[in-house]
Design a protein around this ligand. Structure first.
Ligand code: ADP
Ligand code: MG
Ligand code: MG
Length: 892
């Protein structure tokens, strides 16, 4: 026979904490507390399997359930010396839902179940407090009607308010036993009116009604939505906990409260909580009365004149504090607990690992490891890597007063203030003048990169979380609010209308990319602080991880940020970003539009010193850390002049006719530039570009190597290779250039040449390609695009729907698709190593900062991941957790 019901209570406990899946979190922990000898009101848990069976069997219960519940009720009755439904000595119950993880959307707890016109009299007699008994009774009817019978709770509040008005009463506490008796009659009448049948008086009917409501709540739309948003499967089911009532509202020697074993906001190792005298259940959190501090220390710190539990009930406080310590030591984590004191006796009603802020999480993990409660490995597992984001950006001071204009999508975290600018060139010009600006656009495009770089933050009125603005801003670690649809960007008149007000260029606004808020004016900020705990935990993570962590960076600012966050190299230095800088773009355009080799060389000669200067700066900053430089990659059209003014400027520089130039630009138009003349194809069409870049790299390496003991060892990367022959074609140009520079400078260079693996063909041909490539860097953004045949920039319009329909689980541009793209990477890694056992393997692209993708890289045995500077700490922690096989943030 299946056991559907598990008892907990002194000496009779069936379950324990390890049975969370079967008993739900609340039930498993109630059982565990009872086993630990803590005072827990006895009760029983109806398992999650009953819930699963209930739905499988067309909403019917297993046949043995009734008998098992009756037996359990008898045991609980024995332990409490009462009988369920007994008119003279009734057992009263709470019915509480409890899934594996605590889940908003589930049924609210019903207290005082078992009361009716008969048993209420017994309660009054026993407690010698008629008012208490009828107050409890009316609360029960109210709760049960609302939660189980679905009668709108507002009716009952209205009845109480009307009653008070009619009788000249102000507060609920002004109502006497007689008053509550009358209210009870009114409540029952209302329920009957709404339901067309009387309120159930039979305790058994009440109990089965409540059990059914808990199981029913599992499939309510709000619970389903929550599960979908949090990736929780439906077949987990919920358990039902039925427990003897204890009363915190039996007078001034009774109380109820909630507490954390350590401070959940700053992590301080001190009991922290609140309580109310003469109160029941949720009164503490309901905000009707102001709760009091549990400890004297907290009361003094809060400047409260309401006595602490420590002062009013020192003995109870002592017992409770001991229980907290015991639980924390036992669970080896900070606990969140509920308790009730009934006439001078303490009862524990719940414990679970407490939710906490990131700051507290770091402090608690580090403290507990230092205290020897947990190991350093466990401490490292306790922090959610993605949550670190919060610590790495400036945030709005929570005390600041704000004038909110609109809310958009929280596309990239951090807050920024600055003057409004409407185009990227202006952003750059203002920045050059030392001004902070926020780039405001309908949406952004690749041509805005320089403006986005220059701006403190980016605001768009259109686009989603994977829009260009959002993706690029995240990559740059720039605050971004995207798709703030209520704002009208009037680009022509250079104004923006928000909240009925008009803002012009130069007006100051603030955006908060963590919340999506757009705010008028300057707001006080908090700078990111890398606290001692944070640093310490990161060092522990570094000792555990195997994967190296590099960064994708090309500007000195980004490189410095990445280094300060612990980057161990550059995995991707995108040279094209350097091409957009200042007036370089004009030279780039001249180079592209040149008619003759001679003209092209002339343009490239202008670019050479600039590129060399960039590389010198980077090599110097990176010291002896590795740097992978990717040769020119993007499609030509990103560089072409678009407006007539731009064409005119380039024409002037080249001394050619603007009309001719326009024609030339049109000739270069491509139907599908992403799959057009880009990457190594471009380097093959214009070999002088590869030569110029190689020369810039090698001259810079030679220059920097001169002044130090360790030679610079640049890693030159050729993008978008599909054929070994393509790589060879570019490689011989690079090698020839290296020889030339060596001869000119009279030195020996130390460098390597490798390729990106970003086309399925390259992955499949990796064994062959590795003959020429000394390293592979998996360009997972493009590899995902080319494997799926989906353009990332256009995916927004349908990928979301795919996720809604459950066709795909995760956005493959955020979390690496291990089944498809991952297979290609595995194949390439394995076959690349066949040819060249020590080939260096890494990934660059957004996935390099995503914990699940990092776990894949660990499993596949890659050497490093490379991510944007602001994700370096995230990657360091995730890489350590990948070794430890997962996170255990434990606050579920
Ligand atoms: P939640 O999951 O929302 O916390 P709970 O079932 O834990 O729901 O509890 C709701 C409130 O009822 C809590 O304040 C809890 O302490 C109280 N409560 C639950 N069971 C009992 C009981 N047997 N006796 C007294 N109070 C109870
Ligand atoms: Mg609770
Ligand atoms: Mg690419």
């Amino acid at each position: 026979m299946t056991k559907w019901v598990y008892i907990f209570g002194e000496g009779v406990t069936d379950g324990d904490a390890s049975m969370r899946n079967l008993l739900g979190g609340k039930g498993a922990n109630l059982a565990e507390m009872a086993r630990l000898g803590l005072p827990v009101p006895p009760g029983f848990t109806i398992t999650t399997e009953v819930c699963t069976q209930y739905y499988k069997g067309g909403e019917s219960y297993p046949s043995e359930l009734d008998a098992q519940i009756n037996a359990a009720l008898e045991t609980v009755g024995k332990l409490t010396g009462r009988t369920f439904g007994d008119p003279a000595n009734p057992l009263l119950l709470s019915v509480r839902s409890g899934a594996r993880v605590s889940m908003p959307g589930m049924m609210d707890t019903v207290l005082n179940l078992g009361l009716n016109d008969t048993t209420v009299a017994a309660l009054a007699k026993e407690s010698n407090d008629e008012r208490f008994a009828y107050d409890s009774y009316r609360r029960f009817i109210q709760m049960y009607s609302d939660v189980v019978l679905n009668v709108d709770g507002d009716y009952f509040e209205e009845i109480i308010e009307d009653y008070k008005d009619e009788h000249d009463l102000v507060l609920d506490t002004d109502l006497s036993a007689e008053d509550w008796k009358k209210v009870v009659v009114l409540f029952k009448a209302k329920t009957e009116e709404e339901l067309g049948k009387p309120f159930p008086d039979d305790p058994r009917e009440q109990l089965w009604g409540a059990i059914g409501a808990v199981f029913g709540s599992w499939m309510l739309p709000r619970a389903q939505t929550y599960r979908r948003l949090h990736d929780l499967p439906s077949d987990w089911g919920t358990a039902v906990n039925v427990q003897a009532m204890v009363f915190g509202n039996m007078g001034d020697d009774s109380a109820t409260g909630v507490a954390f074993s350590r401070n959940p906001s700053n992590g301080e190792n001190a009991l922290y909580g609140e309580y109310l005298i003469n109160a029941q259940g949720e009164d503490v959190v309901a905000g009707i009365r102001t709760p009091q501090d549990i400890t004297e220390a907290a009361r003094i710190a809060a400047g409260s004149d309401k006595p602490s539990l420590e002062a009013t009930m020192p003995q109870m406080y002592q017992q409770f504090a001991e229980a907290c310590k015991k639980l924390e030591t036992h669970y080896r984590d900070m606990q969140d607990m509920e308790f009730t004191i009934e006439r001078g006796k303490l009862w524990m009603l719940q414990t679970r690992n407490g939710k906490r802020t990131l700051k507290a999480a770091l402090k608690i993990a580090v403290d507990m490891a230092d205290e020897g409660v947990i190991s350093k490995e466990e401490a490292v597992k306790r922090i959610d890597p993605t949550s670190l984001d919060q610590l790495l950006h400036p945030t709005i001071d929570p005390d600041a007063e704000i004038d909110e204009l609109a809310t958009g999508l929280p596309a990239s975290p951090g807050a920024a203030s600055g003057a409004i600018v409407f185009n990227s060139d202006e952003a750059e010009a203002e920045k050059a003048d030392g001004k902070a600006v926020v780039l405001c656009r309908v949406e952004t495009s690749p041509e805005d990169i320089h403006g986005m770089h220059a701006a403190e933050g980016i605001l768009t009125s259109r686009g989603g979380m994977t829009s260009h603005a959002a993706v690029v801003a995240r990559g740059m670690g720039k605050p971004c609010v995207a798709g703030a649809g209520t704002i009208r960007m009037d680009m022509r008149n250079e104004v923006m209308v928000a909240d009925g007000r008009t803002f012009k260029k130069g007006d100051i606004i603030t955006i908060d990319g963590g919340s999506g808020q757009v705010i008028a004016g300057q707001v006080k900020m908090r700078q990111p602080e890398l606290s001692g705990d944070f640093k310490k935990l990161m060092q522990w993570a570094d000792n555990i991880r195997r994967l190296r962590v590099r960064t994708n960076a090309e500007t000195p600012t980004d490189v410095k940020v990445a280094l300060s966050f612990g980057a161990e190299g550059i995995g991707l230095c995108r040279t094209e970003h350097m091409f957009f800088d200042g007036d370089r773009i004009t030279s780039v355009r001249e180079m592209i539009l040149a008619d003759t080799l001679q003209e092209r060389r002339a343009a490239l000669d202008k670019l050479l010193p600039m590129q060399r200067g960039d590389f010198i700066e980077i090599f110097e900053l990176m010291d002896d850390l590795p740097v992978t430089i990717r040769l020119l990659d993007p499609p030509l059209h990103e560089f072409l002049p678009k407006t007539d003014a731009e064409i005119a400027e380039v024409a002037k520089h080249m001394g050619v006719d603007a009309e001719d130039l326009k024609e030339r630009a049109e000739e270069l138009h491509e139907f599908n530039p992403m799959l057009g003349n880009r990457g190594c194809r471009l380097l093959i069409s214009y070999p002088e570009v590869a030569e110029m870049q190689a020369r810039a790299i090698f001259e810079a390496a030679a220059e920097v190597s001169k002044s130090r003991s360790v030679q610079v060892k640049p890693e030159v990367m050729v993008p978008l290779v599909g054929l070994k022959a393509e790589l060879d074609e570019v490689k011989q140009r690079i090698e020839a250039m290296a020889e030339a520079v060596e001869a000119e400078k009279g030195i020996k260079l130390d460098y390597s040449i490798g390729t990106m693996i970003e086309l399925p063909r390259a992955a499949l041909q990796s064994e062959e390609i590795a003959k020429s490539a000394e390293f592979f860097s998996f360009g997972t953004n493009d590899l995902t695009q080319t494997t799926f045949g989906i353009s990332r920039d256009d995916a927004g319009s349908f990928l979301g729907k795919y996720q809604e329909k459950g066709l795909i689980e995760k956005d493959p541009f955020i979390t690496l698709d291990s089944d498809g793209v991952g297979e290609l990477i595995k194949h390439a890694a394995e076959h690349g190593r066949k040819t060249r056992p020590n080939i260096k393997l890494g990934i660059c692209g957004e996935h390099g900062g995503d914990p699940a993708s990092i776990a894949f890289c660990e499993e596949t045995g890659l050497d490093y991941v490379s991510c944007s500077p602001f994700r370096v700490p995230v990657a360091r922690l995730a890489a350590a957790q990948a070794v430890l096989k997962g996170a255990d943030t434990g606050t579920l």
